[in-house]
Write a protein that binds this ligand. Structure first.
Ligand code: HAM
Length: 470
């Protein structure tokens, strides 16, 4: 039998019992209040930062980037260079072969990894190897020579980040493939000199010739003999370089090793006739064009593919040339690379400039950069109907070439006019409920505040009369 609980109906509790119950309830509430509230542990969402040595390019920087890129592109077109874009990710072996296993770029600084298809790939540390790969891959040796390329894009090197030295940076580059005349070397140097001058940057050009594999062999022996006697004073890397790639000894940035450079044998003394004549040819063209340069017999550059001419551009400050690490650009001739990457023997020459370094210099020197294009028109709207109508009008104005901005939300007219002022527009179009009913729109000239009412359907024509589009 189930137990049945009998409820005592209509039996009122005694007065004392009620008071007791009330006291107990009050005590319970009190104890609850006094108990510490158990806080639920909510995990704060993690925030993220850019990787070390990498930067966001924010809107505030845009005017610099646009200005330098546009100028470079116009210069490149005037000099007959056509744009090329190669992938950022390439086979690692391409750079091992082209730039050289013993260079810092390949041995220490490559962002390389094995992809899902078990391929060894890397983020490109530079673009010359990629452009040459592309030239060979697409049979461009059958085009009229030289083929002249211009590129812009990010490069990646796992270097120690500091001002002007990043792990992801951008280069503007030129490569002229298929011409052996020294005129091309001089033209490339002249291009960079003029381009940087046009930006307002004064530069010092350092130039050298590192010869060809033939004449370099005898020089290398001389260099090894010189450094062998000083081996104990060299850094660990240079001790290895002495055996594996002696030319790189001249490229070492360690202070201890730099000191030995001074008395090291100079490669220009060992150039074969062909390399000597070529170098003299480049210098003559530069002299002819009035470009000032410094002969730097110890300039070898940090990449293995160079032959004959090598050069670097440094900012020219009142207090003299800056440290070597601050080169704004560098390049040279690489007559062996096309063949080395599977093509026919083809001479070539090129240069690359670091965009971040150029922009840094523009800022340091307080060089005025033209502002980016300002919006032409602000469209202010009030009320649901006006908002819908203005949406179509904005598109019509944009189709006609006007740069139009507007407030997406339901802000009042005062706020919208403030926004228009901030945007620096010349005219604000105001579309309220009354105008929607009347089929009109108000055109407000922002500077004096003068307003006129025009036919809504003629807005585009009216604005064309007021704003001359470039
Ligand atoms: P590069 O000297 O290694 O040459 O680089 C060219 C320029 O890129 C440098 O002068 C510098 O302005 C910039 N740069 C290099 N590393 C960094 C970095 N870590 N952070 C910021 N800027 C940097 C080359 O890359 C060759 N491919 C140039 C060339 C083209 N030679 C023949 N054709």
């Amino acid at each position: 039998m189930p137990k049945i609980k009998l409820k005592m109906k209509n039996k009122k509790p005694a007065k004392e019992d009620i008071q007791k119950m009330k006291k107990e309830k009050a005590a319970k509430v009190q104890s609850k209040v006094e108990q510490p509230i158990k806080e639920k542990k909510i995990k704060a969402p993690r925030s993220f930062q850019t990787l070390k040595g990498m930067k966001d390019i924010l809107a505030s920087e845009n005017k610099y980037w646009e200005y330098v890129k546009t100028k470079a592109k116009n210069f490149a077109l005037n000099y007959g260079y056509e744009s090329i874009e190669t992938p950022i990710l390439e086979e690692t072996a391409l750079f091992n072969r082209a730039v050289g296993n013993e260079t810092d770029i390949v041995s220490k600084e490559m962002f390389s990894f094995v992809d899902q298809g078990e391929e060894n790939v890397c983020l490109r540390p530079e673009a010359t190897a990629s452009v040459v790969r592309s030239y060979v891959q697409h049979g461009m040796l059958n085009l009229p020579q030289p083929v002249k390329f211009f590129y812009f894009g990010p490069m990646f090197r796992y270097d120690r980040p500091q001002a002007g030295r990043l792990r992801m940076f951008h280069q503007i580059g030129l490569e002229a493939i298929g011409e052996e005349s020294p005129i091309i070397d001089a033209e490339i140097i002249f291009f960079v000199y003029n381009f940087l001058k046009d930006l307002g940057l004064k530069t010092v050009i350092e130039i050298n010739s590192i010869g060809c594999p033939k004449c370099r062999e005898a020089y290398k022996t001389k260099l090894i003999n010189y450094y062998r006697d000083r081996k104990s004073g060299l850094c660990e890397d240079c001790q290895k370089r002495l055996v594996k790639n002696p030319l790189r000894l001249l490229d070492c940035k360690e202070e201890g090793c730099q000191a030995y450079k001074e008395d090291a044998p100079q490669i220009v003394d060992w150039l074969c006739d062909e390399c000597k004549n070529h170098f003299v040819g480049v210098l003559e063209y530069l002299d002819e064009s009035g470009v000032i340069y410094n002969l730097n017999p110890r300039l070898v550059r940090g990449l293995d593919y160079y032959t004959k001419t090598v050069f670097e551009f440094f900012p020219d400050n009142a207090d003299g040339v800056e440290k070597r690490q601050d080169a704004l650009g560098g390049g040279g001739r690489y007559d062996g690379l096309v063949e080395y990457l599977g093509g026919r023997p083809t001479p070539a020459c090129g240069v690359a400039l670091g965009l971040e370094r150029i922009i840094l210099k523009l800022k340091e020197n307080n060089i005025e950069i033209p502002a980016l294009r300002k919006p032409d028109i602000f469209l202010a709207q009030l009320g649901e109907q006006a908002r819908k109508k203005s949406f179509i009008l904005i598109e019509e104005l944009r189709k006609s070439g006007f740069y139009v901005v507007h407030s997406c939300s339901k802000k009042g007219l005062k706020k919208q006019l403030e926004m228009a002022n901030k945007d620096g527009v010349k005219y604000t179009l105001i579309l309220g409920q009354k105008e929607v009913i009347d089929g009109t729109i108000i055109v407000r000239e922002m500077e004096g505040g003068a307003q006129e009412i025009v036919d809504f359907n003629k807005t585009v024509q009216e604005m064309k009369k007021k704003i001359i589009l470039q």
